[in-house]
Design a protein around this ligand. Structure first.
Ligand SMILES: [Zn+2]
Ligand SMILES: [Zn+2]
Length: 138
């Protein structure tokens, strides 16, 4: 989890979208779902979840796309970097792509989500919990 003593910063590849996050992540996960895969054009996507109020954009906000009913993905309109995810089923929360952090090594996934959709050639030798679908909500 994150270091409370310093904020987390990140942004897109071109620099048009920059953000700063205060405090610790509520949850981190490596997601294998098909919409994350397609939206990011990547085999799996690492996410860190925060209260929406923890995340502040220092520049323009990313462009929002409704990737499925009630779920929104945000990305830089110029360079295409995926930045965040919000959804009606997680009100007040925001997922940020760990890959867009300036120091992505600071936040490690603690679980796999949608492991039932993991690509068969993606063999990861960690001991993290593997949820077949979206992890159960507290
Ligand atoms: Zn950009
Ligand atoms: Zn996903």
């Amino acid at each position: 989890m994150s270091d409370l003593s310093s904020s987390i910063e990140g942004g897109c590849q071109c620099g048009a979208v920059r953000y700063r996050i205060a405090g610790e992540a509520l949850m981190t996960a490596l997601c294998h779902c098909t919409t994350c895969r397609r939206a990011n054009a990547a085999p799996a996507v690492a996410w860190a979840m925060f209260e929406a109020s923890q995340v502040e954009f220092a520049t323009q906000e990313p462009t929002v796309y409704e990737s499925s009913p009630g779920a929104r993905r945000s990305f830089c309109a110029r360079c295409g970097t995926q930045i965040c995810f919000t959804a009606d089923y997680i009100p007040g929360l925001i997922d940020v792509t760990i890959g867009s952090l300036d120091q992505p090594e600071r936040l490690a996934p603690v679980m796999h989500s949608w492991d039932s959709k993991r690509l068969p050639w993606l063999a990861l030798s960690d001991d993290l919990v593997r949820h077949p679908e979206f992890p159960p909500q507290a």
